[in-house]
Ligand binder design. Structure first.
Ligand SMILES: [Zn+2]
Ligand SMILES: [Zn+2]
Length: 336
């Protein structure tokens, strides 16, 4: 299938650039959100109940002046547009998410790579593996000192050119993670991450994730860094699945322009994006099993908000299962 040109675009997670403004954002109507979700009558009842746009899926709120949608005009992507996009669906040959550590990870301010791997595997219902770390040389990837922070940064576009040389044959995608700060071009201050969908590679930095946490004790700091890192990892891997930014609900796939906006974004997918993910993963995607596995992760990490949300989805599934079971019981012929 030919790839539409948007798959060649590079996605910037966020970066501060002056002077960008977009036409005022118009909040989608319930009808727009319904059209975006599409006709779900052919989906299994158990999945349909999880796509119900109830209070667990608040509509997207209008952006503040420095938020993503105030600066970037995005039309959204309906489920119908998604399935005709020819994105990078998972298949039997390419079905592993690879994580490549780039540079050094100190235990004091870095997220656990094993927990990131585990979270990605549960979220995408796909095998996820960590590759041996790659240590760039001192001069590799055009290092510079940022003029505001005076911290060392490396050039994300050069990393994107390098990563395809490390792409294993069975890779669904390859995500490099680094504690070095990134910049996407000389005129930019920084970027959290970039991905190239046509080559299925991306790079994301966790260098700025300890911001705003001065004075936090080490456990709280680690917890917040992991929370942020998990969120960016699954957001960006969602882009690798060809899912564009969501403009319908408060959703993991909303764009974010700064850390405070990223922090507000939920860890979960809205009905439109969840339906896209199921389509991308294809056979073997069991939404209830996925929520059970995610709940287990949230419980272990003490992410109470995410756990409560996920348990509510599981309760919806359980209630439907009981209804179906009692219907089946009542339709059984009476004992003689
Ligand atoms: Zn994004
Ligand atoms: Zn969404």
């Amino acid at each position: 299938m030919p790839r539409p040109s948007y798959l060649l675009f590079v996605f910037l997670l966020a970066g501060m650039i002056a002077g960008l403004t977009a036409a005022p954002f118009t909040s989608p109507t319930p009808q727009t959100r319904q059209i975006a979700l599409g006709d779900i009558s052919q989906e299994k009842p158990m999945f349909r109940v999880l796509l119900e746009p109830d209070q667990d899926f608040p509509p997207i709120i209008a952006p503040g002046p420095t938020d993503w949608l105030a600066m970037h005009e995005e039309p959204g992507q309906t489920f119908g547009q998604y399935i005709s996009s020819g994105a990078n669906w998972r298949n039997s040959q390419r079905n592993v998410i690879y994580i490549l550590p780039l540079g050094k990870f100190s235990s004091a301010n870095s997220p656990s790579l094993e927990l990131l791997r585990d979270y990605a595997a549960r979220f995408f219902q796909m095998e996820a593996k960590i590759l041996p770390a790659y240590q760039p040389t001192e001069q590799e990837f055009s290092p510079r000192n940022n003029s505001f922070t005076n911290e060392r940064q490396i050039l994300a576009t050069e990393i994107l050119e390098f990563l395809p040389t490390r792409l294993p044959k069975d890779a669904y995608c390859l995500i490099a993670v680094t504690m070095d700060d990134l910049y996407p071009a000389p005129s930019w201050n920084f970027v959290f991450g970039m991905a190239n969908l046509s080559t299925r590679v991306g790079v994301f930095s966790f260098a700025r994730y300890a911001q705003g946490l001065d004075g936090a004790d080490n456990t709280a700091l680690q917890k917040q860094i992991l929370h942020r890192a998990c969120k960016v990892l699954v957001h960006e891997t969602g882009h690798m699945c060809g899912i564009l930014h969501c403009v319908y609900y408060e959703c993991l796939l909303n764009g974010s322009n700064h850390l405070a906006e990223a922090d507000k974004r939920p860890q979960q997918l809205c009905p439109v994006c969840l339906r896209k993910l199921k389509f991308c993963i294809g056979s073997g995607f069991d939404p209830v099993k996925r929520y059970k596995e995610l709940a287990e992760f949230y419980r272990k990490q003490g992410w109470s908000e995410e756990l409560a949300w996920t348990e509510r989805q599981l309760a919806k599934a359980e209630s439907l299962r009981k209804k179906i079971e009692s219907k089946e019981q009542s339709s059984l012929p009476a004992k003689q």
